[in-house]
Design a protein. Sequence first.
Length: 215
Amino acid sequence: MAIIVAPSLLAADFTKLEEQISAVEAAGAEYLHLDVMDGHLVPNISFGVPVIASLRKCSNMVFDTHLMISEPHKYVKAFADAGADIITIHVECDSDVDKTIDEIHALGKKAGLALNPDADLSRAVPYFDKIDMLLIMSVYAGFGGQKYIMDVNDKIKEARKLLGPDFDIQVDGGIYLSNLDVPVSAGANVIVAGSAVFGSADPAQAVRDFKAATA
Ligand code: DX5
Ligand code: ZN
């Protein structure tokens, strides 16, 4: 299964967003991973709707919107209108997960469901027949630059077994060229990388390296 590279904008230089996004897009990154944090579900605040709406004007990448927010049902329409293509919510959020997934689909968008490292896979199983992507966090959501938690590998393997060979399983956090084979060999096919791409001196080269390593 082809590996999709999803650079996380969180690690970008925010004074050069257009330039950096164009560079990773030209290098072959399929998704742009957009980490939205509300300071409530996670202890950090990042960016939101207006930033994504502006970026939509300068990129044709799949906008892979990772909502680390407590009440996503209140905002899914705003993110859809801003140009999100995939809207991922956390199983740990306070919204009705089932209804929020339905709302995302009603807006014509793909729905993802995310699990923090301490959330058992069983919490996502009831939604397997209605989600388009499962996001297995390999760090606790909230900050870039953390270390990959090896314990999640079993969860990835189990998810791949249950979801079959063609389902999109995304892994997010602490992934570099040096350990890329860890989530990939466990069964992940959508790889998020923040520090390893936008945190590097040459984000485009980092994407090419990721693509070459998984070709
Ligand atoms: C963490 C975010 C990640 C983060 C990944 O809450 O969901 O997407 O940006 O960053 P790195 O690749 O630096 O761990
Ligand atoms: Zn993320």
